[in-house]
Design a binder for this molecule. Structure first.
Ligand SMILES: Cc1ncc(COP(=O)(O)O)c(C=O)c1O
Length: 390
């Protein structure tokens, strides 16, 4: 008998992938499905990306292996973006590493830095790939609950001295998925300070830094003094440019921290399709103007959805960032069962809070990935379920 590894037994099925299967089944049955589960917006990618890749695929050189070094043009445009946007200078040769989407880099990071039994600190609820990476690296998982009463901030000071001593890696993500929380500067300062003091690698996952509203500007961790000593930051073209399927992101940080991730990846992948990197370079140099219309549309959707939820008595704060609304369920309504019910009886695919960890119990997430009228319709259908349950 051939068995999967015990390590795999420590991971539940991946929620979004499971939902995609159910969604297909419902669509095949002719159900009018509204999918607000994955952070995968319906907006098209920017024309410069499409033009750049169309031209690049005709160049046979683009069909060769990319390796980790990738396309110089992409690394340089990522470095220029970091400098323009965050006043943070990085060497495109040694400090910028192309990734096959940030999920890949985030998960592999644990294998590059964590020994079996080392502590890996994860937000709960949190983006599931952190858990994937930590489990595959045989880490000791240290979950820190994110609660509304402390602004959904992962406070390292809440760990026990033993946990702090064993921790090698912490995943931090603000603007946050799934809670849509943002991090105040003093929080980032004390977190960087704690990581430096305890020799903890800070993985700052920043794919939503451009998806911000009402004048809020999301920082880079490298705007904080001392971060270069202890942090790697992850950026992605997925959300900012509506290019989720293209699989392009980058890790940035000092060469001592980027090096091990590059080495690990050189043994497990051969880089991102060069034509995709060409497209990435094309959009990053025009980031500000290309992102603006996407964010304007998401802002409108956010207000429409928050208002519709408010009318149901589900009050949500209008988030300052991200493409998500994190909605508290009425007392006693259990997240997984509720999401299943909404899906099977109303054809609305939401994310149960528990898909992001036990800490997500009592919440569900709506992604602003369909137009406002469809979002309102989705909320109405959710309301019909709540009415019957209440
Ligand atoms: C917090 C967070 N990090 C990383 C990712 C992965 O993005 P990608 O792999 O498309 O770059 C996502 C996607 O939903 C996310 O929400």
């Amino acid at each position: 008998m051939i068995h999967a590894s015990r390590r795999l037994d420590r991971l539940p099925p991946y929620a979004v992938a499971e939902l995609a299967v159910i969604r297909q089944r419902l669509l095949a049955r002719g159900v009018d499905v509204i999918d607000v589960s994955a952070g995968d917006a319906d907006m098209p990618p920017p024309p410069p990306a499409v033009d750049a890749i169309s031209e690049a695929v005709r160049d046979p050189a683009m069909s060769r292996y990319a390796y980790q070094v990738g396309l110089r043009e992409f690394r340089e445009s990522a470095a220029r973006y970091m400098e323009r946007r965050f006043a943070a200078r990085f060497d495109p040769e040694t400090e910028v590493l192309p990734l096959i989407g940030s999920k890949e880099g985030l998960a592999h990071l644990a294998l590059a830095f964590v020994n079996p039994g080392d502590g890996c600190v994860l937000p709960d609820p949190g983006y599931p790939a952190y858990l994937g990476g930590a489990v595959v690296a045989d880490a000791e998982i240290i979950r820190v609950p994110l609660r509304p009463e402390n602004g959904f901030l992962l406070e390292l000071d809440h760990l026990t001295p033993a946990q702090l001593a064993s921790a090698r890696l912490v995943y931090l993500n603000y603007p946050n998925n799934p809670t849509a929380a943002v991090a105040p500067r003093d929080y980032l300062e004390r977190t960087v300070e704690t990581c430096r003091r305890h020799g903890i690698l800070l993985a700052y996952d920043n794919p939503y830094c451009e998806v911000t509203f009402d004048g809020y500007r999301a920082p880079s961790i490298f705007e904080i003094d001392g971060a270069r000593e202890c942090a790697i930051e992850f950026h992605s073209v997925s959300k900012s440019f509506s290019m989720t399927g293209w699989r392009l992101a980058w890790a940035v940080g000092n060469a001592r921290l980027i090096g091990p991730l590059r080495k690990l990846k050189s043994w497990v992948d051969t880089g991102v399709f060069l034509a995709v990197q060409k497209a990435g370079a094309a959009v990053l140099d025009r980031a500000e103007s290309l992102i603006a219309p996407l964010v304007t549309e998401l802002a409108v959707r956010r207000v429409a959805t928050a208002e519709a939820l408010g009318a149901l008595g589900l009050s949500v704060e209008r988030p300052k960032a991200t493409m998500y609304l994190w909605v508290r369920l009425p007392q006693g309504v259990e997240a997984t069962g509720f999401a299943k019910h909404v899906l099977e009886h109303q054809g609305v695919v939401t994310m149960p809070g528990t898909a992001f960890g036990e800490g997500g119990e009592g919440f569900f997430r709506i992604a602003l990935t369909v137009p406002s009228d469809r979002l309102r319709q989705a909320v109405e259908r959710i309301g019909a379920v709540l009415e019957r349950q209440g």
